[in-house]
Design a protein around this ligand. Structure first.
Ligand code: ADP
Length: 398
């Protein structure tokens, strides 16, 4: 039966992929092509517990997808089960409010949104075009990080700037991590049915980090903006700050505004404050060995996350659930407990023993007894969401 989906997340220098079978429940093979565009590029395949790595002839995206095709020819059963390809696309602008089957108009639409995601969208269209060339018979779908946030009200998505800038240039908040939030909302409703009619706050904390408020299953606010720089402090991104800083930095350091912006994107956040690393786990180890800058960076990260959660919560009728997800949200008990300390005034508390002993990779409730807001750890699964959307779109195809 044809029920496997090849999920592709194509970046400018990497291409992650996975083949999911059985309505997305089973990952048959997964891997990553790294250092694309260089002579040292290679692609890895993780299959039945074994990892193999193959050098890529010319380091192109096409050679990476071609290797996937060649690998499939050695696995005829999997090849025969392939029903379609699902692509992760970072920016769908105001054009795409849900996942779509890809045709020429969709590719043009993704290209149109590239000015807001100049590193990501051109890489996505390259991945899509190469996949059409190498898998001509397979339907392909695009799943957008921004789509889930298209339900935000104007009060939330508009910036308080001259409205002509929105009308003429579409400068507004878009939000990201939408596929993760959609998965969390859906999964929470599977384990706690009433949540679909309640107020849910989600903190997706990874190297990139954001929060989202979900009211009755629909996004009502989120912290990232026109690009993923706004909002929380992140691994290397500053998050929100006084925009005047951009010209102060550029003048003080005698650099262009673009270079100043690059400092806010690539040298700030956990890395900038700790002066050690952007990686939460490394910083926790440094903090345990007594490094005060590592502790300051982690505490600032937690404090800023708490503030954005409270801000997003203003769009909810009540805060019934708080969900932690992403590499940091799922794994760092220190960050979870520090965020919740900042949320005491909002009557959100966790059980410290449950928080410290939460099993890895599982859904787990860590709320303290007697508090209205249920606090959860839910591992996210964006690949599953992309596979399910692709299956549904293929089935609905007229
Ligand atoms: P992204 O997808 O945005 O690149 P991830 O969701 O994979 O990021 O999260 C990466 C972050 O998760 C890193 O900062 C990493 O240190 C952190 N992380 C992963 N495991 C742990 C752990 N056991 N304890 C603390 N932090 C962790």
């Amino acid at each position: 039966m044809k029920d496997s989906i090849l999920v592709i997340n194509c970046g400018s220098s990497s291409l992650k992929f996975a083949i999911l079978a059985n309505a997305g429940q089973q990952t048959l093979v997964e891997g990553i092509a790294d250092r694309l565009g260089s002579t040292e590029s290679s692609i890895s395949f993780k299959f039945e517990g074994t990892k193999t790595e193959i050098a890529l002839s010319d380091g192109s995206h096409k050679s990476a997808v071609n290797q996937i095709k060649e690998w499939l020819s050695t696995q005829p059963q999997i090849e025969a089960s392939l029903a379609g390809i699902g692509h992760r696309v970072v920016h769908g602008g105001e054009t795409f409010s849900e996942s779509v089957l890809i045709n020429k108009a969709v590719i043009d639409g993704i290209k149109d949104c590239a000015r807001f995601a100049p590193l990501h969208n051109p890489a996505h269209t390259k991945g899509i075009e190469v996949a059409f060339e190498l898998f001509p018979g397979l339907p392909q779908a695009a799943v957008f990080d921004t789509a889930f946030h298209q339900t935000l009200d104007k009060e939330q998505f508009l910036y308080p700037i001259p409205m002509s800038l929105y009308r003429e240039h579409h400068f507004r908040k878009y939000g990201f991590h939408g596929t993760s939030y959609r998965y969390i909302s859906k999964h929470l409703a599977e384990i706690y049915k009433e949540s679909i009619n309640e107020g849910v706050l989600v903190a997706h904390l990874g190297n990139g980090a954001s929060v989202c408020a979900i009211n009755n299953g629909k996004a009502s606010d989120t912290s990232m903006g026109i690009t993923p720089l706004e909002g929380l402090m992140m691994g290397t991104r500053s998050g929100s700050l006084d925009p005047s800083l951009l010209s102060f930095i550029s003048e003080a350091e005698n650099i262009s505004p673009e270079e100043a912006l690059s400092i806010l994107n690539k040298k700030s956040g956990l890395l900038g404050v700790s002066e050690i690393s952007n990686d939460c786990r490394t910083l926790e180890e440094a903090m345990t060995s007594g490094d005060s800058k590592a502790k300051l960076a982690l505490d600032m990260f937690a404090s800023r996350t708490a503030k954005h959660l409270v801000s997003a919560a203003t769009t909810l009728d009540s805060i019934d659930h708080l969900v932690f997800t992403g590499g940091i949200g799922e794994n760092s008990s220190y960050i979870r407990s520090t965020i919740c300390k900042y949320l005491k005034a909002f009557n959100i508390e966790i059980d410290n023993t449950l928080n410290d002993t939460a099993p890895r990779g599982e859904v787990f409730e860590i709320s303290a007894n007697g508090h209205k807001t249920k606090v959860w750890i839910i591992p996210t699964n964006e690949e599953l969401m992309i596979a399910l959307d692709t299956i549904n779109l293929i089935q609905d195809k007229p």
